[in-house]
Design a binder for this molecule. Structure first.
Ligand SMILES: N[C@@H](CCC(=O)N[C@@H](CS)C(=O)NCC(=O)O)C(=O)O
Length: 198
């Protein structure tokens, strides 16, 4: 299998952590800048987004959500996602985390635009959604299990992405329990091995 990924993408990082967590060795990880529109990526994913997993039979899987479900169902001895399959509250926890990642990535994209095109309205809206979302994550107690869950994988990738791309956001002050929890879990090997280079 081939995984097209970019180093900084929090979506791709979740998938790469799943690969390591499940000890899947048959994946060639191909560092890809989606904005290069390489023919190889476009053939696999017409949306030109990473992550995209190309299976050995030629089927291309995207987005990160589908890839994580695939890896979990094909290779998971202890499932990261299976337990939440028909638990709608927990499914919604995953949607919340995905939505916060979307806000963090959209905020970054807006910040990267030229001064004249950058929208303070959208930057403020993304930032507010992100901070409100994290407060809700803390309230919901997603960090209160010893066993690593899919939600926790997403949360670690999200919080480290915020530190990486938005170091000035006051998330640690707003959600101190998440901050303490992160420092205890972020040294696990799958996260160390996939941390974006600074
Ligand atoms: N919903 C997708 C989002 C993927 C995504 O937006 N990836 C970004 C990198 S962080 C990308 O490839 N952007 C290129 C583009 O938007 O054209 C997923 O969960 O995989």
């Amino acid at each position: 299998m081939k995984l097209y990924y970019s180093d900084a993408s929090p979506y791709a990082r979740c998938v790469r952590v799943f690969i390591r967590y499940h000890h899947i060795s048959d994946v060639e990880e191909i560092l890809t800048d989606p904005f290069d529109n390489s023919p190889e990526l476009l053939r696999a994913n017409p949306l030109a987004k990473v992550p995209c997993l190309l299976l050995n039979d030629g089927l291309a899987l995207f987005d990160s959500d589908v890839i994580m479900r695939y890896l979990d169902s094909e290779f998971g001895q202890s499932s990261l996602l299976g337990a939440v399959a028909d638990n709608w509250a927990q499914q919604c926890h995953l949607s919340l985390l995905k939505g916060i990642i979307d806000s963090a990535v959209s905020l970054r994209q807006e910040q990267c635009r030229e001064d004249a095109l950058r929208s303070t309205f959208w930057m403020s809206r993304y930032e507010q959604a992100l901070l409100r979302g994290l407060k809700e994550v803390e309230t919901l107690g997603m960090i209160n299990t010893q066993e690593l869950t899919a939600a926790q994988v997403m949360l670690i990738c999200l919080l480290e992405y915020i530190d990486f791309r938005h170091p000035d956001l006051p998330w640690r002050k707003l959600t101190p329990a998440l901050s303490v929890w992160l420092s205890g879990v972020q040294k696990a090997e799958p996260f160390m091995a996939t941390r974006p280079a600074t």
